[in-house]
Design a protein around this ligand. Sequence first.
Ligand code: F3S
Length: 426
Amino acid sequence: MFLTEEEKRMRDGSEGAAAGAAMDLLIRYGEALDAARLCDVRNVAGTMTQPSPVKAALVRQGGWDKAFAVINLDCDDDIEIPAMRVPTCQLQHGFGGDAAGVVPYPAENIALQAQAESFYGRRGVNILATCTPYQVGNIPVRGEHCAWMESSAVIYANSVLGARTNCEGTASAGAASLTGKIPCWGNHLDGNRHGTHLIDVRVPVDGFMEWGMLGYFAGGVAGEEHPVITGDIARPDLAELKHFGAAAATSGGVELYHIPGVTPEAPTPEAAFRGREAPPPVTYGPRERRAVYDTLNSQGTSAGVDFVLLGCPHASVDQVRRVAAELDGRRLSPGTELWLMVPRALKDVADRSGYTGVIERSGGRVLGDSCPAMSRAAPRGTRVFATDSAKQAHYLPAILGIEAWFGTLEDCVHAAVTGRWEGGLP
Ligand code: F3S
């Protein structure tokens, strides 16, 4: 792999041992990928503060420097971790102290994470603590090279913002934060960003649930490649694109899609395929829509609902407002809990707008930082949950061994106030 003189010097320790170890990792990673060179990044979204037993053991052994060296740099040396070289944010992690008592989650995790926030905050890591950093101020510009983790954020950055990132891992993102470099391959290259599959939508797609189902279908069709969506679709908003992308990254491994006339690199279908011939279209019609709905509800058999989960990916303020409007003046069924996951920074907006108060008066909770899938935590005794998120309906039954129902926000709130699932495909 070609290295600039600056990169060679960094590898050899000109910027300190930690940056040298980071550059060494990136060179090994880039060569394994057959990348021709590294590219400059000024925007890293990774995870450093997420608590785990391995991390706790490393901190006991050699402090937070040791934990970062081993987990984020794949380096066993005793090195001191300096300030991050480029702007870096922490994505979602574990639950914070304000969830203690609400969430059955180990107190030692909360304490470990608080220590981590302090350590990394002093090194310039912005503790955004959300899977949607693009909702709370970290918005890369079109064409900007980034090093992001979190599949739902990566697909949003590539497709909706037109930024360029692969789905990085803990170590590569850590190394990028100390060097401002990442291997230049995959989604970073012009030649790899063209559409590969054409999906012709023949049923009206409008609203959060419909966009989630279409995303789930698109991921199943395209796998790890790039679907182009045309047909009977209403112009999506931020929440719908967030939900579409998360679902496509769940059923497949989609990191980039195009919607002609909506996403920035595809003003037309021809532009989406970048001059290549479009493949034969795959139809998304009533039969396919029904099949996706049935798949997402295949883990539900019991009508009684213990737990309703909203806000995956973390909710926008407008979603919080809609949940509050649905719950206004109503009470949750005894024995049913409702959690709405939000970026912590937006919870402040929800608090000041009065939405949190409405939700809490109904018996619901507005929580930041994490989610049940990420932290493997749901209300005690949960057997059946309902959600408006295709991603959670896909993952949570396997992670927690519980039943799942998938439907609209209104279906989910209805389940929360009645304790019963009565949703269905409109
Ligand atoms: Fe975010 Fe958790 Fe969903 S991290 S994307 S709310 S699975």
